[in-house]
Design a binder for this molecule. Sequence first.
Ligand code: PMT
Length: 314
Amino acid sequence: MAEAILGSEFPEPPGVARNAALMQRFAAQLGAQGRRVVLITSGGTKVPLEARTVRFLDNFSSGRRGAASAESFLRAGYGVLFLHRARSAFPFAHHFPPQAWLSALRPARSEPEGPGGRLLLEAEAAALPGFADALLSYQDAANAGTFLAVEFTTLNDYLHLLQAAAQALSPLGSNAMFYLAAAVSDFYVPASEMPEHKIQSSGGPLQITMKMVPKMLSPLVKDWAPKAFVISFKLETDPSVVIDHARKALETYCHQVVVANILESRRSYVVIVTKDSETQLSLSDEEMEKGMEIEEKIVSNLQSRHIAFINEKN
Ligand code: PMT
């Protein structure tokens, strides 16, 4: 099935089979508990321009939407399969950049001294507000087996891992949710047309023709996980077209929800678009000052819709 869609232009990268097995085990364990499980895709994809890659095309996505949403879904009791761009924002860690903890944490004691001992670290609580809670939340989820992170870097990694993840979650039926927040490249250079070596600047100005990437929403909804609750995202820079484009996506792919957002306001305003509704969600200045994130509202809204969807199917 994937081969028909991805074809020889997207050869399977190493590690997909191992990750597929991990994801299947994760889904089976949570499925046996009757738990709802969400696949979150997060971050941008890298598109190589050369086989031995020196240059590549990338995009703006930081992965913050995906990381913050993963935290909210875990709090809501979901199992979270977090398919994310390597080194993009990570749940529970993205509030704490390295410079914050590198300067706040100090070695307190090592007992006994040496590599086999226990290293104790200390910090002023005020220097790292929320750090201990974040650590505990992450470790609780990891120990309970409700969180699994899988990394991608290139577009090709993403496409193969998305398919493997969708097939892993498919047996959960309507209990599975797909939350496709990743900003996936629409363009790529086919492997057969890619130069092997670094493109030389001595060749003069560069002209590249890129092909269209197949939209994965189509096989996902039709073939890979046809009973699941599927949410795609639509980002635009022109507010006058975003709702229209969200509606077109719903018509084309026949999935349940599109979350529409605008580049500059995406942290404070989104519209949840369904076949017959448009719900605006926003953060007030006061909520933003308190550190609230729009993802709490998005996840709460989608959780209610998912439960209604499951009830309707059963
Ligand atoms: O990461 P942040 O900085 O926090 O930003 C979050 C975000 C702005 C990236 C996120 O909120 C968002 O809008 N993501 C989707 C961006 C977009 O407009 O994607 P698209 O129009 O190219 O794709 C539409 C949908 O199809 C997306 O859900 C995408 O994940 C999916 N897709 C895209 C291409 C492809 N080949 N297959 C897909 O399934």
